[in-house]
Structure formats: structure tokens, C-alpha cells
Design a protein around this ligand. Structure first.
Ligand code: SF4
Ligand code: SF4
Length: 692
């Protein structure tokens, strides 16, 4: 079809395009290789294959925004189809007689059955329509409807190029490309239909009725369609659309360690400074994250800190990283890579706003880990003497001297146990089957101690052999590590490991999801390999084995349940609390955000220690409203309860009920309080005070 001169021009342009594309990918590889070593990945080919299948099935994008994700299918499969279509179009341009129209006839490859050609034409035609529809919706969303989810809060740090509309320009360029490319291809097919309509090309046939056949039209349409590809390929390597290629690879190289195990502050086998100050202090994998980022803001949608009006957007962090690399690589600011990350990609205030809830990582369709960057930045800020909140400072001070964040003397840790009506074994002095790691809040906070006593009474009633470590227990260090205080974390781990060394036990049980997480996932790195259970799993088993029985079914209660981040999203502990609630006979109402999509209470990652309280609706307040809205869908006279299984949640949500003025409408209770009532463990006066 193409003339000789056209073929020569095309080959020259294709070579130039390939050169720029290869250069683009080379800059990506160079930049990624400058990152620090990441934890070793095992069986990478299998991981990449798995990721390829997930991407092909579009599994990861359907975690949120179902309707938009469905529309995105048209784009995704349309572009895949077009990779083949473009190849065929190039062949049509270069091989005389290779013309796959007219009811399956072609003059070059006569061995091709007509059915194959017709099927190809039908798929190409239908996918062209799907592509045009999807891209039109996406463009309308950004430029006409101006979906707020694609924007950032005013207080979020953004690269000047983003503020100047860089992302919108990117989207416009690629949107216009897709429309021009597909429309030109459809028109080109329409111009070929000299013999009339082809039933296997309904859209092209429709256009042919309007425009008729045209040899010049075929050439112009071919050049518009394929010429655009030569421009867009190198452009993709320099724009946010790099995610087309890097996203699936990034997903295949995503973290393999358990979610609850942080990467080390200093990469294994190196003597580098801990944490990250500059972009290339991040591991290579997290430099790659910025290229993989779709810039979809799904992570921002689920971020409790962003909801609370804090200047944190996990998505802006990734996008800023990308723009920083771009201006250093292709722009005139290579020096900006020498500026601290807190001046280029995320403000220090935003860094200290993260609750480490993992929601951003869990929702990300391409396996990005913005939260891990934040923790690395905290690690270095602490070492460099950066300014930190006075409340956090006090908590860390107390943890270093007392082993707890509540400024309590070590000996007071076991005071609640000494007040019990039966002796609570000291596991460091006599063997026990179950070592109960109580945690700071459950040991010291007067609002939570009654629940702690109830756990002990229920264990006692079930004949569950347990002991605690009294003053030998120290804070497990989960939140200390997430604040970035790696040295103090290691000190606490060492102290606890020494205490465990004095004790004889089969497994550890804990009432605190934060302790549960680090004991289960991080202590093994320091030699502490134990079976660790959260109390909900233990209680569910006691019921299922008949060691606990429901004497008083709780059918008068209407409850909802909040999944704590460190039990649920981090460790998959979704089922046991729900099984228990079912056994207790309550009316259970699930909130819309549950299990993997649970909304953080706002306390984690050291936020509960913060001295300064920011204005705005707190995540816990929003969650209480969500519970009440859920209850409203099923109105009746039953007592409405908000059930938690984390001591910090007890505090956060009890406060939120008060500050939202909902006392009397909903009560916050630990699951243990319901279990106590159902199995007939006497509720002490102090517990009633908590419950009311
Ligand atoms: S971990 Fe949670 S709070 Fe932190 S950035 Fe991610 S979503 Fe936001
Ligand atoms: S980090 Fe992931 S979820 Fe967030 S904007 Fe990028 S691709 Fe989307």
C-alpha cells in the first residue's frame, strides 16, 4: 500500500522513535539502579508470571471503584488488541496485497482462512469502539466532570510541574493520541470498503456509508494512526503512562515478606545510613514504584490521614518522586535530587501524619509501598535530629526508661493481676502453656484494665493455662519501629527476648494487635520464633472446643465490628471475631468498609502519642458515623454496640462517641465484654463503667 518513498520515511522515523524509546527506558533503569538494595526476592519468574495473570484478569484494579474499573477494561483490552492491530497495519502498509478486508480475502497470505481474518476484523472493530468509549469517559471524568478524586488537598506538597497542570497535560496527550489513533484506523478501514459493507467490521462499514472509499484517505489515515504510535512510544517512557509497561513488572517484584515485617532500616550487608534522606536512599524497588504509579489516587481515597485533612497524600508522594526524577533526568534540575525528600516529595508534617495503616499499600493496583517510604524518611529524620511532636518525644523517652509509653513504673505493669481474685502465674518463674503478652494500654490504662481482667477471668473459666511476665514485659515495639526509632525498637526486642528466655511456654497470646504483629512477623528476624495468637483466635477455639459455652445468648444486641489494621489488614485476622459474634447470638451488621477495606481509627504509627490534635473530623469520628448509618438501614429497638478487639480502639472510639455527641445512641465495647456476658463471667463494677 505504501509507496517506496513513504516506506523509507517510515523506516527512518521508526528508527528515531526506537532510539528515543530505548533512551527513555535506559533512564528508568539507570535511575532505579541508583536505589539501595531491597530485600531479596525469591522465584522472580513465577512472581512475574503471577503478576502477569493478575494484570490480564485486571484483578488488582477491581479492589475499588468498580464502575470505573469496568470502563477501564475497554482501555486495557483495547490497547492490548491494538498492539496486534498496529502490527498488522504495518504489514498492510509494507506488503503489497496484504489487505485483510472484503470478507476475509487477502492477496498476500492466501493460506490464512477467511474465518481467521473475519474474526480478527471483528475483534479489531469492536475493540476500537470499546477504546473510544472508555477513553471518552476517562477524559470526560478528568476534564468535564473534574472528579475531585483526581485532585489533591491544598496543603499537600506538590511538584511545581504538577501544580502547573503536568498530569492533566499528560492525560490530554495520551487521550488525544488514543482517539486520533483509533479514529484514524477506523476511517482507514472504512476507506478500503470499496465493495460495500463488511459484516465483520460494523463500525468501519457505518463510517464507509458516510465517507465512501478513498485511496488518498487510506494513506492519510494510515499515517495519522501509525505515525502517532511513533511519537507516543518514546513519550510513554517520559510520562505517567510509563505504568503501561512498568506497572505489571512492579507488581511482579512487589514485597514478598509478610505485610507486618518492615524492610530493615539499613539494607542487609551494607553500612549505609539508616532510612532515607534523598531519593536514592530509597530501595531500588521503591524508586521503581514511582514509574509504576498509575496516578489514580486510589491510595489517597483510603488514607485516614488525608481524610482528616492532614497534608499527607500517598499518591502525591509517588507522583512527586516521579516528577523529581523526570526534572533531574530530562529537565534542567539534576541538583534537586540532592535536596532532602522532605523538601521535594513530602513535607515533614505529612511524614508525621501517617498512621501506618497499610491501606495505601493494600489498595494499590501496581504493588506500590508509599507507607514504606514514609517510615524510611522518619527513620532518618529521627537520626538527623528533625523536629518531632512533643507527645511522641515523651512517649519515646518513657519507652526507653520504663519500657512503656505511659510513663508508668515497670513494677506497676502487673498490678491489675495482683488485684484478681485468683493468682495469675508469673511465666518467668513457673512454666505455663500460654504466655499472655498483655501490652501497655491493657496493662496500665484505667479505661481498659477492666477488660484485661475479664480476659483473665474467661481464660480461668475455660481452664486455659496462662501466665504473664509482670515487670519483665516491655512494650513489644511495633509502633516504636513505625515511628522510625529503630535503635529503641531493637532495645525493646532484646529486653523482651531476654524475658522470653526466662519463661517456659508453648505459645504467646496477646490482646493487642500491634504487639501481635511485631511479635509474629518481626521478632523472628531477631531470633524470637514463637507461635503467636491474638486473643480472638484463642477465644474462638475455646468456644469451638466446647471449653466456653454461651449461657446467655445476646440477641438483644445489634452490633457492628471494626477490624483493627494490625489484626485484620496486616495479618488477615478477619474470621475469628466474626465467628465469635455469630456464636454469641447478636444481630450483626457489617459496615461498608470492612475486613481488608477497614478504615483505620487513626491511632497507629505513633499517632496516639501525638501531643497536638489537628482540627477536622477524625477518622474514628467518621467511623462511628459509618456505624450509625449502617444501623439505620435496619432499624429496631436493640442496643447498638460498636465492637472492637484492640485496646487502642477502645480509647479512640469511646472518645469519638463523645465528641460526635452520640452517647446514648451507640456504645463501644471490646469483644471480650460480650464474651464475658455470654459465658456468665461476672462483670466487675469497673467494667460496667467502661461499657456505659
Ligand atoms: S499507611 Fe495509611 S495513613 Fe499512612 S499513607 Fe498509607 S493510607 Fe495514609
Ligand atoms: S501509589 Fe498506587 S494507588 Fe496510589 S496513585 Fe499510584 S498507582 Fe494509584
Amino acid at each position: 500500500m505504501l509507496t517506496l518513498i513513504e516506506k523509507i520515511i517510515f523506516v527512518l522515523l521508526a528508527l528515531i522513535s526506537a532510539g528515543f524509546t530505548v533512551h527513555g527506558f535506559k533512564t528508568i533503569i539507570d535511575s532505579v539502579r541508583r536505589g539501595r538494595p531491597a530485600p531479596e526476592l525469591k522465584n522472580v519468574p513465577a512472581s512475574l508470571l503471577r503478576a502477569g495473570v493478575m494484570v490480564l484478569l485486571q484483578q488488582t484494579i477491581f479492589k475499588a471503584r468498580k464502575v470505573l474499573s469496568a470502563i477501564h477494561l475497554g482501555l486495557f483490552f483495547g490497547l492490548i488488541t491494538y498492539a496486534f492491530v498496529n502490527l498488522v497495519d504495518v504489514l498492510e502498509g509494507f506488503i503489497p496485497g496484504f489487505d485483510l478486508v472484503y470478507g476475509g480475502r487477502n492477496f498476500a497470505f492466501t493460506f490464512l482462512p477467511a474465518g481467521v481474518i473475519n474474526a480478527f476484523n471483528l475483534i479489531a472493530d469492536v475493540m476500537s469502539g470499546a477504546l473510544l468509549f472508555s477513553i471518552t469517559v476517562m477524559m470526560a471524568r478528568r476534564f468535564i466532570v473534574k472528579d475531585k478524586r483526581l485532585t489533591y488537598r491544598d496543603n499537600v506538597m506538590l511538584n511545581p510541574k504538577i501544580l502547573a497542570g503536568g498530569q492533566a497535560k499528560d492525560s490530554l496527550t495520551v487521550g488525544v493520541f488514543v482517539i486520533m489513533h483509533v479514529a484514524a484506523r477506523l476511517l482507514g478501514q472504512a476507506f478500503r470498503l470499496t465493495d460495500g459493507a463488511d459484516p465483520f467490521m460494523p463500525i468501519a462499514s457505518f463510517l464507509s456509508n458516510i465517507f465512501g472509499a478513498s485511496q488518498t484517505g487510506i494513506h492519510v489515515a494510515w499515517w495519522v494512526s501509525i505515525g502517532w504510535v511513533l511519537y507516543i512510544l518514546p513519550y510513554i517512557t517520559r510520562s505517567k503512562h510509563t505504568h503501561f509497561t512498568v506497572g505489571p513488572v512492579n507488581l511482579g517484584l512487589a514485597k514478598q515478606n509478610p505485610r507486618g515485617l518492615l524492610d530493615p532500616a539499613v539494607p542487609a550487608g551494607t553500612k549505609l545510613d539508616p532510612g532515607a534522606k534523598f531519593l536514592h536512599d530509597l530501595s531500588w524497588k521503591r524508586v521503581l514504584d514511582s514509574y509504576a504509579c498509575v496516578q489514580c489516587n486510589r491510595c489517597q481515597d483510603v488514607c485516614p490521614a488525608n481524610f482528616y485533612g492532614r497534608p499527607l497524600s500517598p499518591s502525591a508522594l509517588e507522583v512527586n518522586k516521579r516528577y523529581l526524577i523526570k526534572e533531574a533526568t530530562f529537565g534542567s534540575h539534576p541538583d534537586r535530587l540532592l535536596l532532602p525528600l522532605t523538601e521535594t516529595v513530602i513535607s515533614a508534617e505529612a511524614v508525621w501524619s501517617c498512621t501506618t495503616c497499610h491501606a495505601c499499600v493494600s489498595i494499590c493496583p501496581v504493588g506500590n509501598e508509599p507507607m514504606a517510604d514514609i517510615i524510611d524518611i522518619r527513620r532518618r529524620l529521627l537520626i538527623d535530629g528533625g523536629e518531632i511532636d512533643s507527645g511522641v518525644q515523651n512517649a519515646l523517652q518513657s519507652l526507653a526508661t520504663n519500657g512503656n509509653w505511659m510513663s508508668k513504673g515497670k513494677r506497676l505493669r502487673g498490678r491489675w493481676a495482683k488485684e484478681m481474685e485468683f493468682p495469675v502465674k508469673n511465666a518467668t518463674e513457673e512454666p505455663v502453656e500460654n504466655l499472655w503478652f498483655v501490652g501497655d494500654t491493657a496493662s496500665f490504662d484505667e479505661r481498659v484494665v477492666p477488660n484485661t481482667k475479664m480476659v483473665a477471668r474467661i481464660f480461668q473459666q475455660a481452664g486455659f493455662d496462662f501466665g504473664i511476665m509482670y515487670q519483665n514485659e516491655n512494650n513489644a515495639g511495633n509502633d516504636v519501629r513505625r515511628v522510625g526509632e529503630e535503635g529503641l525498637f531493637e532495645q525493646l526486642v532484646e529486653q523482651n527476648l531476654q524475658s522470653f528466655g526466662k519463661a517456659q511456654f508453648k505459645q504467646i497470646v496477646t490482646t493487642d494487635p500491634h504487639s501481635f504483629n511485631t511479635l509474629k512477623n518481626e521478632y523472628p528476624q531477631f531470633g524470637g520464633k514463637f507461635e503467636v495468637k491474638h486473643y480472638t483466635a484463642v477465644m474462638a477455639k475455646l468456644f469451638e472446643e466446647g471449653k466456653l459455652t454461651v449461657k446467655n445468648p445476646l440477641s438483644g444486641y445489634k452490633v457492628t465490628y471494626h477490624d483493627p489494621c494490625y489484626l485484620g489488614r496486616y495479618n488477615g485476622g478477619f474470621s475469628a471475631p466474626r465467628r465469635i459474634l455469630q456464636m454469641l447470638g447478636v444481630e450483626f451488621n457489617e459496615m461498608p468498609r470492612n475486613c481488608e477495606n477497614s478504615f483505620c481509627c487513626g491511632a497507629g504509627g505513633g499517632q496516639i502519642w501525638m501531643g497536638k490534635v489537628a482540627p477536622g473530623e477524625r477518622p474514628a469520628e467518621n467511623r462511628i458515623k459509618e456505624a450509625l448509618t449502617t444501623f439505620e438501614k435496619n432499624p429496631n429497638d436493640k442496643k447498638q454496640l460498636f465492637i472492637v478487639t484492640c485496646p487502642k480502639d477502645m480509647i479512640m472510639y469511646s472518645d469519638a462517641v463523645k465528641t460526635t455527641g452520640n452517647e446514648g445512641k451507640i456504645e463501644v465495647r471490646d469483644l471480650i465484654q460480650l464474651i464475658a456476658e455470654a459465658v456468665g463471667v461476672e462483670m466487675p463494677l469497673e467494667a460496667e463503667a467502661v461499657a456505659s
